[in-house]
Design a protein around this ligand. Structure first.
Ligand SMILES: C[S@@+](CC[C@H](N)C(=O)[O-])C[C@H]1O[C@@H](n2cnc3c(N)ncnc32)[C@H](O)[C@@H]1O
Length: 231
């Protein structure tokens, strides 16, 4: 656990933007339905720019690459051939089944691992690139996840990310707070109002990120950050 993050949380965050939450908040029956709906729900956003964003970001992946929360595998097609090893972690069984199916349709060789981002079954300083796209909003323990990423990254390693975050507009941030609970239940434990970049910095990462808009999606997840964090 990052002591700096804990301090930041106590002094700077509301309860509703908490960086920890209960695991599996939905009825177990909802998660397979969510996995089924995931690609159709994101479809418009993918063609409205997210696919291009994934491709541009993942062009920077190198060496031993570990993707956390790989979901249905929307990133799989975008990894460069030069990547030495690809490990796709995903804790949800229904998502994992879809991920395995998508991987089977591609020539890419990768290992699928059942693991939460808070507890990666990987040695210290053994990874060149960690990839997180739309996952840091959903992890149960964000500080724990960031410290786990820092643990597995080599000293010159990088975290490549696309994450939706708390809005800088006060009006949109208030909407995110207001709609937090229904969205959280609908979207599998996704927290729409997390100040993720601030927390990365508080955990000791140097972050270079662009603010963009996730077009084709509900307004509360419009604010996106795309970039790279290093230890
Ligand atoms: C919004 S989806 C993103 C999927 C994929 N990364 C993408 O870009 O389309 C969030 C994913 O995070 C996974 N997830 C939830 N909690 C997690 C945790 N604690 N550790 C790792 N992944 C988690 C979910 O199962 C889901 O597949």
């Amino acid at each position: 656990m990052c002591a700096q993050c804990s301090r930041f949380y106590i002094s700077g965050m509301t309860d509703i933007a908490s960086t920890k939450h209960e695991a599996n908040p939905q009825s177990p029956a909802w998660l397979p339905i969510l996995a089924l709906l995931y690609d159709p729900f994101l479809w418009l956003g993918e063609i409205a720019g997210m696919r291009t964003r994934r491709s541009a970001l993942l062009g920077n992946a190198r060496g031993r690459v570990v993707e956390i929360g790989a979901g249905t595998g929307l990133n799989v097609a975008h990894y460069p051939d030069e990547v030495a090893e690809l490990v796709l972690t995903e804790p949800d069984p229904a998502m994992r089944r879809r991920l395995a199916r998508r991987l089977g349709r591609h020539s890419r060789v990768a290992r699928i691992v059942d693991a939460p981002a808070e507890c990666l079954p990987l040695a210290d300083a053994s990874v060149d690139t960690v990839v997180s796209t739309l996952v840091l909003c959903s992890v149960t323990d964000l500080e724990g996840t960031l410290s786990e990423i820092a643990r597995v990254l080599r000293p010159d390693g990088q975290l490549l990310f696309i994450e939706h975050v708390r809005a800088s507009s006060r009006f949109l941030a208030a909407c995110q707070d207001y709609l937090f609970r229904p969205w959280y239940r609908f979207a599998g434990g996704c927290c729409c109002n997390r100040p993720t970049v601030e927390l990365m910095r508080a955990c000791g990462f140097a972050v270079a990120a662009d603010d963009v808009v996730w077009r084709g999606m509900p307004a509360i997840v419009h604010p996106l950050v795309v970039g790279k964090a290093t230890r």
